[in-house]
Design a protein around this ligand. Sequence first.
Ligand code: C5P
Length: 229
Amino acid sequence: MVNVPVIAIDGPSGAGKGTVSQLVAKRLGWHFLDSGALYRLVAQAAKSHAITLDNVEALETLAAHLDVQFCVTDDDLPVRVILEGEDVSAAIRTEEIGNDASRVAALPGVRAALLERQRAFRVPPGLVADGRDMGTVVFPDAEVKIFLTASAEERAQRRYKQLKEKNPNVIFNDLLKEISERDKRDTERSVAPLRPAADAVIVDTTELTIEQAVERVMAVCEQRLGNLH
Ligand code: C5P
């Protein structure tokens, strides 16, 4: 929808995009699009229907007909994701589904099938969109474009801390390898590769706390959109 402002926040896995984008959306009272969740949902649906990741046609059909609801609760709980009537909020956050998501995301037909679904999130008063191609492909006319990044080591370290709480056997070097492989796949794919839009502001969060990253992003937004308080 034209005239509804969009803040596009792109960047690699683990840069803090999800948390920062949600906090910015909350501060502004704007809607939030977690576009990665859509690719994760295609991967999850493929798994539950026993569709292998080389079955491109079936994956495209799945993406075009995803039966999904995002349930926003009015407290601080994360959005609940319901796929075909089942709560998959936790299931889609595993490393396995993340890696599968990055594979299905490389398929042009899957990306095309999800395009309009993403654009439908652009409703008043505004949208904060989190992903890899928000500023380049999905919302090229976004008023604000941020490329949020951090070193691969720092991103692996953050993921390690998160996972270690649940699984003491998690290995840092395995995570670093997975993150580097996913970066490579996301940046080298032929369709909508991960890269900053020409007019994006790059925010490196390697040395920043979440609060500092949110402040930095809010400052860029205010510069572009005027006073947002
Ligand atoms: O952001 P998240 O880690 O949930 O995304 C999972 C995968 O989905 C990414 O590794 C990426 O391959 C893909 N993705 C994408 N385009 C987006 C969002 C996510 O290709 N806009």
